[in-house]
Write a protein that binds this ligand. Structure first.
Ligand SMILES: O=C(O)CCC(=O)C(=O)O
Ligand SMILES: [Fe+2]
Length: 285
């Protein structure tokens, strides 16, 4: 595939450049396979209980969410510095970003191809401008991803095309990659889960991020019980959404910071200077 395929030594800027050019980038073997095995072992009891999906999600596909609460090892993936750096770069036109969803996607044996789509359609199909990405996404390979076992299918460069297009399987290429690799793609890239023609599940960890002025797909405040949230590190909590989004979003009662409120205190604050916030955003590309 003539597309951005990078070694684990790649920088966030390399990844962001690939995302801007092709709408996706693959970083091979970014984490040790053992980390993916730990995530898998922690999620195994939940996976067994997860029902298969609908026509869009896949009748032979299981999506297990709530990874922050259920899998301590998955928090390393959520907070991987290369990922956070690339997300910050690609979504840098907004005043902030936050976690959008966490999901182990197990595409079962015999599953058919998922309908090709844009992930940003989740936002009510709002026609965001082509030069305004609202999402930057990852899928971590928990098994090898191959053409045969359902590697994610991509339409290279399609982040720059019109909205609401329809594609067939022949228009797509498979994001083949070994276990421990990560596929980055933007919310505008047309893609879908691939058909699995093997006898074993294809497992990938989908961790997505979106600008902090949009609603999260997975509700982190209820997916992670408060008693557990209080034990998590501040930087992770901030990414999960315990932070003010944009100028005023997400405060608690008398404009307390959500992280202060979670920890049971914090002074009232004010919204700050709207003029200054506007000026900061005007300077962004
Ligand atoms: O599992 C995959 O490879 C992709 C799944 C996907 O695109 C989705 O569920 O939105
Ligand atoms: Fe998707």
């Amino acid at each position: 595939m003539a597309a951005t395929r990078l070694p684990a030594s790649a920088s966030s800027a390399d990844v962001a450049a690939g995302l801007r050019r092709d709408g996706f980038a693959i970083v091979e073997r970014l984490v040790a396979p053992e980390l993916m095995d730990r995530v898998r072992a922690e999620l195994a009891p939940w996976m067994e209980k997860t029902p298969t999906g609908d026509d869009f999600g896949g009748r032979r596909t299981r999506r297990t969410g709530g990874l922050i609460a259920r899998s301590p090892a998955s928090r390393e993936l959520v907070m991987h510095p290369l990922v956070l750096g690339a997300v910050k770069d690609v979504l840098g036109h907004a005043s902030g970003f936050q976690l959008h969803l966490t999901q182990l996607i197990a595409i079962g044996a015999g599953e058919k191809a998922q309908a090709v789509h844009r992930d940003q359609w989740a936002f009510d199909f709002f026609p965001f401008p082509n030069d305004y990405e609202v999402q930057c996404n990852t899928i971590w390979a928990m098994t090898d991803f191959s053409d045969e076992n359902g590697a994610t299918r991509l339409v290279p460069g399609s982040h720059q095309l019109a909205d609401r297009l329809q594609f067939k399987n022949e228009d797509t290429v498979p994001a083949e990659m070994p276990k421990g690799s990560v596929l980055f793609y933007t919310g505008k890239l047309y893609h879908g889960g691939g058909p699995n023609r093997t006898g074993a599940a294809r497992c990938g960890v989908n961790i997505t991020y979106a600008v902090s002025w949009l609603r999260q797909e997975e509700n982190q405040y209820l997916s992670v019980p408060q008693e557990l949230a209080r034990t998590l590190p501040d930087p992770l909590l901030r990414v999960m959404g315990y932070a003010r989004g944009a100028y005023a979003l997400g405060y608690v009662d008398d404009v307390r910071d959500p992280l202060d409120a979670l920890r049971g205190g914090g002074p009232p604050t004010s919204f700050g200077d709207l003029e200054a916030a506007q000026a900061r955003l005007r300077r962004r590309p």
